[in-house]
Design a protein around this ligand. Structure first.
Ligand code: ADP
Length: 480
């Protein structure tokens, strides 16, 4: 973390009371590229978690009483502070998460765009008035902040996932208790410090860190928290959904994905290969929207696979701080083990590893860019998230067979295809059972589009003009 010029960004003083800093046990945070300890964060005990919940609840009215235009101004100021500090914020992401600096900067801009977007939404929370069912009656619909919010965020986009959740929550007028991943907490401190500098009163956003299971339990059990917004695994999403049922919290769950990418034979092969590599190396493939299954039309498959392999196998894997690096380390040893298990299983099911397939150095987290072809459709690699720099290719022959294969999974987050045939485009848009479809695009997420999954990919919407409603309650008034 020496690379960070403004060390105040990772200061924890404004976020925890001194009592918590002095009296809590500590969790060490390491850099996945070097295995060095980069800092420590508190391990909140149950009393301390409850105290943070009290602070969040007590500050709900403080924040909701700010006028929408004041919230807009503060969020706008937060956006500009994030952009001013982009180099430091990106260095924090790279140090604690591993992705390349260039990738980290793209993450900061992506997240900041949600702040800018929701700053404008803060002043557009409008209800409506219609005539009633009797003469002189009026029906009025109002939107009110849902109440104190809990946000639980993952390690793969440690900055942007927080911006994407906190911006709409704050725009709507809600206070927030935030549990970032303990693997990547410093991005959370930095963002919240900047929010406070921008004018969000202390106590409106409260960070807690410690035992995720315990924190999840205490948050879900508290009926005063009216909304849970979570990004992470389907396994944990399911637990939190069940726990939130105890007091019927409103929930948004952005969970895993298993994105198909389909390449037809009427495209520019070189351009599509570049798009696929661009999307796949982002965060070393550790993204829920990352391409998990690549379906290539039979008539171009040989040329396509040869060219893709030549480019992909040449990418440089290493420390994200090194400007020559294309792909950073995986997050931890479990991530490595998961990929090795998927590759072994694919080989046992007829698959062939045509490049990569191993760690570049034993006991480190740098995994070589890998391509698998020919694995049986029953193999785990077609059904589980890979979360690594691995491309799994299946050659297809006709559209009907393809659509069945593409929809054959429990997830329903992102999907992508490349073709110039209009009839085919609309047929696929209709047939793909996914919340997001990229047509001749390999990256779909931005603040304007509705980020939404279905099936095991979760419920709720982030971003777009719809995202703010996840943090609002409706109130209906009948008046005569
Ligand atoms: P990933 O597999 O991407 O790490 P997780 O779902 O394990 O995804 O983690 C996402 C977030 O959920 C992290 O902040 C993590 O600490 C938190 N988390 C993990 N287990 C639980 C749990 N049982 N209850 C609440 N939060 C949890």
């Amino acid at each position: 973390m020496k690379a960070i010029k403004n060390q105040n960004l990772i200061n924890q003083n404004s976020l925890f009371s001194k009592e918590i800093i002095n009296n809590s046990n500590k969790i060490s945070v390491t850099n996945p590229a070097t295995d060095e300890i980069i800092g420590e964060i508190p391990y909140f005990d149950e009393q301390q978690i409850k105290k943070s919940l009290d602070t969040t609840v007590n500050n709900m009215d403080v924040w909701s009483s700010f006028l929408p235009k004041e919230r807009q101004r503060i969020l706008n100021s937060w956006y500009y502070k994030v952009i001013e500090n982009i180099d430091d914020l990106a260095a924090i992401v790279t140090c604690e998460q591993g992705k390349t600096l260039q990738d980290a900067k793209a993450e900061i801009i992506y997240g900041a765009n949600f702040i800018l977007w929701f700053a404008s939404e803060a002043i557009r929370i409008n209800g409506d008035i219609t005539n009633g069912i009797k003469p002189n009656q009026k029906i009025i619909t109002l939107y009110e902040p849902v109440g104190p919010v809990a946000a639980i965020t993952p390690w793969n986009f440690p900055n942007a996932m927080i911006a994407r959740k906190l911006a709409p929550a704050l725009a709507a007028g809600c206070s927030v208790i935030l549990k970032p991943s303990e693997l990547t907490p410093f991005s959370a401190f930095a963002l919240v410090n900047l929010a406070i500098e921008s004018g969000v009163p202390e106590g409106v956003i409260n960070i807690v860190t410690g035992d995720p299971e315990k924190i999840g339990q205490v948050i879900c059990a508290d009926p005063r928290i009216r909304k849970l917004t979570f990004t992470g695994s389907t396994r944990v999403g399911r637990i939190l959904y069940q726990r939130s049922a105890a007091n019927f919290k409103k929930v948004s769950l952005e969970l895993g994905g298993n994105a198909p990418m389909i390449v037809f034979d009427d495209i520019n092969i070189d351009k599509v290969i570049d798009d696929i590599i661009n999307a796949k190396i982002r965060n070393a493939g550790q993204a829920c929207t990352s391409i998990n299954r690549l379906f290539v039309h039979n008539s171009i498959s040989k040329e396509f696979i040869d060219k893709l392999t030549a480019k992909f196998s040449n990418l440089k894997v290493g420390d994200g701080m090194d400007h020559k690096t294309d792909i950073g380390p995986l997050i931890n040893q479990q991530a490595v083990s998961k990929i090795i298990y998927l590759l072994n299983d694919a080989v046992q099911h007829g698959g062939k590893i045509i490049c990569g397939g191993n760690l570049i150095e034993q006991n480190k987290l740098f995994f070589s860019p890998t391509i698998v072809t020919g694995a049986n459709l029953d193999s785990a690699i077609f059904h589980e998230e890979i979360f690594g720099p691995v491309i799994n290719i299946c050659v297809f022959h006709d559209d009907e067979e393809l659509i069945k294969m593409a929809n054959d999974c429990n997830y329903g987050l992102a999907s992508y295809f490349y073709t110039n045939n209009h009839q085919r485009i609309w047929n696929l848009v209709k047939s793909l059972n996914y919340g997001m479809v990229g047509v001749n695009e390999s990256l779909v997420s931005n603040e304007i589009g509705a980020f939404a999954g279905r099936k095991d990919s979760g419920i709720g919407i982030e971003g777009s003009k719809l995202g703010i409603y996840e943090f609002l309650n409706t109130k209906y008034i009948l008046m005569s």
